[in-house]
Design a protein around this ligand. Structure first.
Ligand code: 4AD
Ligand code: MG
Length: 445
């Protein structure tokens, strides 16, 4: 019988057996009469060992001639080895080469340092490297965890449209689309629609791509990103903050238990992730500003805080970095001045100058990963807000209906998948968190 086909991630189940792996050559080291090919198959990497005496001269030579990313079907015996990153090595017995990458047109991504532009230009190939593959597997785990949490806690998935007639998050970042002669926009957020499904179904969520014509280059912004948005009827800001901390803790824990090997590939400090447990610290905007002022006056973080924060502004990246670096868990900043936040946020009944909103700032300077609020419940107030924000009242009539017919307090947030991937993986830039990042300067490949 022919050996069973195994995957590298699950190879432990075949210890002592001869298996077949279907993958690619990632790297090859030669040391005297020994070859050390490293194979990858999409689930992970494994080192093979090929002593010259153990295989035919032809097999030895075939492996010796393998070039990076040549596609190969490898047969070998699985051996436990404590020093191996995945715990196993493969005593190679045979290889079948499907396509050998020619020397004169080698795989462009070598193990030397490449510039970011070169890597992004070759993103379709860059994703094959172990680090990028690990990030993509973790991304998938984060999405699965987010969905599992919501599915298992009574939230119904409702998909909002991608093509929309109006803005949700300000008119300056809209992507217009010609819709049979009318102007439509790619969605910035599913929120307005899931407010309506929440009033139909109670607890709902959406998960999908969202678009913003972000004209600035930052390490946190994409023009196309994926958001998961839970929305709950009969829920206020406190319920929302409780959900946010449970949700994020669950996601981090899931990644730690299911993707430990990938986290190790990235060299991520696991202790920092293990600290992510509810409850999270909560700080009002006013208290956060007081912290920034103190930092400025005492010169606590001169590289971040160079001038006195102007009360009433939204926080900039350095401000968020400073605030979040004061805590070992995500920081929930609530009750920002209504003036710097979106039109749909419910004012604080204690002081209408503030909005009942929360931003969750990830530790280690990763910035805002979640933004959400309680929603305006009053028809009159919402209509007034829409006008004040110069939004087209006509396009929002259906949204106002939610306040005409059985309005209730309701709340929700949006979590940006890429921001969370960047934080959990410990990445410098969100461009590595998604298979094909869309940014101000790049729409290729
Ligand atoms: O804070 P934002 O703009 O909130 C909303 O869109 C609400 N309508 C969500 C809701 O209440 N249902 O965006 C939510 C999150 C941010 O916290 C951030 O994680 C992510 O989406 N985000 C981006 N991620 C990558 N690139 C961008 N340009 C992003 N803009 C927002
Ligand atoms: Mg926000």
């Amino acid at each position: 019988t022919s050996p069973s086909v195994a995957t590298i991630a699950a190879i432990g189940a075949h210890e002592g057996q001869t298996v077949t792996l279907r993958g690619w050559l990632y790297a090859l080291r030669e040391s005297g009469k020994l070859l050390f090919p490293i194979f990858r198959d999409g689930t992970g990497t494994i080192q093979g060992i090929v002593p010259k005496a153990a295989v035919s001269a032809e097999t030895f030579e075939t492996i010796r001639q393998l070039t990076q990313e040549s596609s190969v079907i490898v047969t070998g015996k699985v051996r436990a080895d404590k020093r191996a990153p995945g715990g196993y090595e493969l005593d190679v017995e045979a290889v079948e080469v499907l396509q050998r990458v020619p020397e004169d047109d080698p795989f462009p991504i070598t193990r030397k340092e490449h510039g970011v532009d070169f890597l992004m230009e070759h993103r379709h190939l860059w994703i094959r490297t172990p680090r990028q593959s690990a990030i993509l597997r973790i991304r998938a785990e984060i999405i699965k965890a987010a969905r599992d949490y919501l599915d298992d806690n009574g939230f119904i998935l409702t998909d909002p449209p991608i093509l929309t007639p109006a803005a949700c998050e300000g008119t300056s970042t809209l992507f217009p689309v010609d819709y049979f002669g009318d102007e439509a926009y790619l969605t910035q957020s599913g929120q307005l629609y899931i407010e309506s499904t929440a009033l139909a179904l109670g607890k709902v969520y959406s998960f999908g791509p969202t678009f913003r014509a972000e004209k600035s280059k930052t390490r946190r912004h994409l023009t196309e990103f994926w958001m998961v948005e839970p929305e709950m009827a009969y829920a206020g800001l406190d319920d929302l903050m409780a959900l946010a901390e449970q949700f994020l803790s669950f996601i981090v824990e899931r990644v730690l238990t299911r993707r430990a090997l990938d986290i190790a590939v990235l060299g991520r400090d696991v202790a920092k992730l293990e600290a992510i447990r509810a409850p999270f610290p909560r700080l009002s905007y006013d208290d956060a500003v007081a912290m920034l002022h103190e930092a400025y006056e005492k010169g606590l973080a001169p590289e971040l805080i160079q001038s006195k924060f102007e009360y009433g502004n939204d926080f900039g990246s350095p401000d968020e970095t400073y605030l979040s670096s004061q805590f070992d868990r995500p920081l929930m900043v609530h009750r920002y001045p209504a003036a710097v936040k979106a039109f749909y946020m419910e004012p604080d009944p204690e002081n209408s100058k503030y909005a009942l909103c929360v931003d969750v700032l990830a530790p280690e300077g990763y910035g805002e990963v979640i933004g959400g609020s309680q929603r305006v419940a009053s028809y009159d107030l919402l209509a007034k807000r829409i006008e004040e924000h110069h939004l087209p009242l006509d396009a929002f009539q259906w949204y106002l209906d939610l306040r005409r017919y059985g309005s209730v307090p309701h709340s929700g947030f949006g979590m940006g998948i890429e921001r969370v991937v960047a934080w959990i993986c410990g990445l410098e830039h969100v461009r590595e968190t998604i298979p094909f990042a869309r940014t101000l300067n790049r729409i290729y490949p």
